[in-house]
Design a protein. Sequence first.
Length: 319
Amino acid sequence: MRRFLVLLGALVTVAGCADPVGPGSPPPRLNVQLSPTEVFARFVAMGTSNSQGVQSAGISAAAQQAAWPAQVARRAGVPMSLPLVQDPGCGPPLLPPLALDLVLVGAFGDDLVGAVMNTCAPLRDGITPPTNSVAIAGAKAFDALNTTPKIETANNPRTGMLYSRVLQQEQTQVTAMLAQDPTFVSVELAANEVLPASTGRVSAMTPFADWQRDYDQILAAVTSTGARAVLVGLPNNAAGFPSIRRAREFFYEWPYLLTLGIRMSFNCYLSSNYVFIPGFVLTLISRAPTTASCADVPGAADYVLTSGDIATINARMAQ
């Protein structure tokens, strides 16, 4: 955390002292040293599940309070309001060990993932959105600019519930940020343009030009406030994501998986492929008893990634 705060401080300095980039830019700030409480007086976090606080494939109040923006605010000594949900959560986190989730399988069968994701508890008493955190799991840069709870509910009632826990009906992440007159803004918007590739369908990634267009508009909105900002990027190697594992590494879990009714195909031991653990395991559990195959089916949402898929994802993240 100490290294992170040093980096953050450097980024704050760069953001605060940069020259105006064109007509309409806010006037340059005086080169005055501000205290952390002054810099973060009105800290607004925009972004995705990483900023909202998703853990174990779900959102809970404890996870929201552990999210990195909340930790930064605590270290800076400033309060940060959060859209804390009541138990069991909004998309209740899965329970360790996975065997405990077999209770859900018995209740919902093949619709386990849908049943879990369709559960979204209300906010805790006394909390009215928007709070200082307007980040929403699954959001893309396009959504931060354009998607309101009203629009999302019409398109997808499940995610509409999530949006309504974070924003007013006519608000987007960007307009909610602007309404709070922030002194500091974090922007973490890029992961969900790439994440669809984790299903094994690399073609599902958002075209880079589309992301760039939307992201530039978001940065223009942040710049218009005169706030300092930090931009959160992506790792440079998808194979290092905690949720992605080599097929052979997954194969070695066969004794435990067998207790869940999942047999391992030997092709997982021989394969050079990768698997996206959350989707792969939940799908297997919902189909148990079943046999896990780590063979890639081109074009299918099988949560299996080839080395070529990883290289394609890495190339996109490097742009």
